[in-house]
Design a protein around this ligand. Structure first.
Ligand SMILES: Cc1cc2nc3c(=O)[nH]c(=O)nc-3n(C[C@H](O)[C@H](O)[C@H](O)COP(=O)(O)OP(=O)(O)OC[C@H]3O[C@@H](n4cnc5c(N)ncnc54)[C@H](O)[C@@H]3O)c2cc1C
Length: 458
């Protein structure tokens, strides 16, 4: 006989635990299953550890630049990777323990540790336990994609997870993939003291961004001594005496890059292949993305999919918002939809890129009358005072409604400043509201109203 519950949550990523807590608080008997570390990707191998390392790398970078500020440091600036890792482990570990302790202490909630797999639309097996419920919520996330790359079998490689387990500095890190994960790790390890080479198949880094953003990101990284190779049409790798070598064209003699360590950062594979979805009849596409509607219901009544595995977000805040959408609809009679969400995310290189809404390319393609304004960070006094003038801010506005369409703030504080624009977008307010707001001096945000004065048709 199965253990009967009102709800089963599979995975403790950024949606599952909060949803389990809400359902349990509403009086439901809840089971939550986790097969690995509590808290999922963000806490263990994603946002938390990487942003902890970004902070450490920034400290090293500023220390090396200290003379520019008149601050003298005797001797060489050193990085103790064992202490860097210990700090990262402590911050990640305390979040992980916090979530596990919280879940285990929740009234009406039973924690199962092990791999969960559907046996039918209402039954899930975790180890030797069979659980049943009318409502099942999938929050299984993803893992680093291991591409079918020539030479990879037999070549040692790292992923975001295994690189974070290292407590020594890779002398020369070769990174395959110029997306967010590769760029963040590239700058982190360059600042800690590694040689870094980024090899990207496409013609630019951060390929989803506008060309001016990609070009500035490239410039920022190259100025720090990161070697970047673009248009690597067919990447092959091999083990070498010193570590690894990456060939940038496996059909002819393209340039080769030798390094000591290889990091693969070419995307994410969803953890939906070993869930028994076929037993439940849950539809997914060829990439493994679970198909959901605007309220995150799958094609099977009583089964929802939240977080990365539904292909609607790919971020911690979108996964958490998935929880809010499901809880709002199920428990609060509050109709919430994914389509109400505005695209927003940061790229945590330094200086960071804050993004909201459309890119310039998307705005151009939208067929609207678009107004745009752009200002280099070299014309932002706070950036000058901080000695961090790389980057620019770009604002896009609908010429008819006067509402913001999107923004890219690539520069110091960009990860926070972007929220000024994001909140205007959620408020559906015309840009003129921001233009008349008195922002605080000296900040990066204070230049948003000023920059709006430069709006011109695209
Ligand atoms: C290097 C890196 C840096 C990142 N940085 C950021 C950032 O700065 N900001 C941001 O917003 N996002 C960032 N992300 C993305 C972010 O980590 C994810 O979008 C976020 O964790 C949401 O994931 P999720 O809730 O879908 O599931 P996850 O966090 O991936 O958790 C899924 C959980 O389900 C468990 N599980 C899987 N299958 C089963 C099963 N069958 N049975 C039981 N348990 C199972 C897994 O063990 C895991 O614990 C980063 C990602 C990476 C890789």
């Amino acid at each position: 006989m199965p253990n009967e519950f009102d709800a089963i949550v599979i995975g403790t990523g950024q949606a599952g635990p909060s949803l389990a807590a809400r359902l349990a608080a509403a009086g439901m008997k809840v089971a939550i299953a986790e097969r690995a570390r509590f808290g999922g990707t963000c806490i263990n191998t994603g946002c938390t550890p990487t942003k902890t390392l970004v902070a450490g790398a920034y400290a090293a970078h500023v220390a090396r630049r200290s003379a520019e500020f008149g601050v003298t440091i005797e001797g060489r600036v050193g990085v103790d990777m064992k202490r860097v890792k210990a700090r990262k482990d402590e911050i990640s570990g305390s979040s992980r323990t916090g979530i596990e302790t919280w879940l285990r202490g929740l009234p009406n909630c039973t924690v199962y540790q092990g791999h969960a797999r559907f046996e039918s639309a209402h039954e899930v097996r975790v180890g030797d336990q069979l659980l049943s419920a009318d409502k099942i919520f999938i929050n299984v996330g993803g893992r680093a994609t291991i591409p079918a790359m020539p030479g990879l079998p037999g070549t040692p490689y790292l992923t975001n997870s295994s690189l974070l387990d290292m407590d020594t500095l890779p002398p020369h890190l070769v990174i395959v993939g110029g997306g967010a994960v590769g760029l963040e790790f590239g700058q982190i390890f360059r600042r800690f003291g590694s040689e870094v080479t980024i090899v990207e198949m496409g013609p630019r880094l951060a390929a989803h961004e506008d060309e001016d953003v990609s070009a500035t990101v490239l410039d920022i990284l190259q100025r720090e001594g990161i070697q970047v190779y673009l248009n690597a049409k067919c990447i092959a790798v091999a083990r070498s005496a010193d570590g690894i070598v990456a060939h940038t064209d496996c059909t002819s003699d393209g340039p080769d890059f030798a390094g000591t360590h290889l990091l693969l950062s070419v995307g994410r594979t969803l953890n939906t292949g070993d869930l028994g979805l076929d037993q439940a009849g849950v539809a997914r596409d060829a990439r493994g993305t679970i198909q959901v509607d605007d309220e995150l219901r799958t094609n099977v009544p009583g089964i929802w999919a939240l977080g990365d595995c539904n292909g609607r977000g790919g971020f911690t805040h979108t996964s958490y918002n998935d929880f809010e959408i499901v809880a709002g609809n199920l428990l609060d009679h509050d109709t919430r939809r994914v389509s109400d969400r505005i695209t927003a995310y940061n790229l945590y290189i330094d200086p960071p890129l804050g993004r909201a809404g459309m890119t310039e390319a998307q705005a151009r393609a939208s067929g609207r009358r678009v107004l745009m304004a752009k200002r280099p960070m070299s014309r932002v006094s706070r950036a000058i005072e901080k000695g961090e003038t790389q980057g620019f801010m770009k604002l896009l506005v609908d010429g008819e409604s006067k509402q913001f369409l999107g923004a890219a703030i690539l520069g110091t504080g960009g990860d926070e400043v972007i929220h000024c624009v994001l909140d205007m977008m959620y408020a559906h307010a015309p840009y003129t509201v921001m233009q008349r707001a008195v922002h605080i001096h000296p900040t990066v945000s204070e230049l948003l109203p000023t920059t709006l004065g430069d709006l011109h048709p695209l």
